[in-house]
Write a protein that binds this ligand. Sequence first.
Ligand SMILES: Nc1ncnc2c1ncn2[C@@H]1O[C@H](COP(=O)(O)OP(=O)(O)O)[C@@H](O)[C@H]1O
Ligand SMILES: [Mg+2]
Length: 142
Amino acid sequence: MNKLYIKITADLSNDAFIRSTVAAFCVELNPTVEQIEDIKTAVSEAFTNCVIHGYENSKGNYVYIDLCVDDGKLSIIISDGGKGIENVEKAMEPFFTTKPDEERSGMGFTLMKTFMDEMRVDSTPGKGTTVTMVKIIAKEVA
Ligand SMILES: Nc1ncnc2c1ncn2[C@@H]1O[C@H](COP(=O)(O)OP(=O)(O)O)[C@@H](O)[C@H]1O
Ligand SMILES: [Mg+2]
């Protein structure tokens, strides 16, 4: 088992760093190019959501990223201590966005769900949001 915990400034300029770091961290599982792209997209969607929605782009905040590689699987927990989500079920519907004016597509959660093997969202209004995702990379050796 291998673990990495990151606390990083909630700024969109950190998106590229986070994507690359998560990709580098799971390289030991020998992911395919497609699997790496799926993981990078999901991580990027979750991270940008924390910055844009959770903290509404305000300064002085952090995003927390907990990574674990174990048993052929990559687990990713991305959380913020921002405003939270009132109705998680509604927020997860395709094309639902609370920021249509900013050209948000409302497809972030849908992409995360599509590209990862497991995905769940826990949120408390006023406290923050946590997205937990799992990608199965290597099938178990019998
Ligand atoms: N970390 C978060 N904190 C608060 N609200 C969030 C967070 N992530 C997502 N949301 C809410 O869920 C909605 C849907 O998110 P998403 O599917 O990524 O679409 P988009 O980001 O394009 O709006 C957002 O519009 C927002 O209201
Ligand atoms: Mg989004």
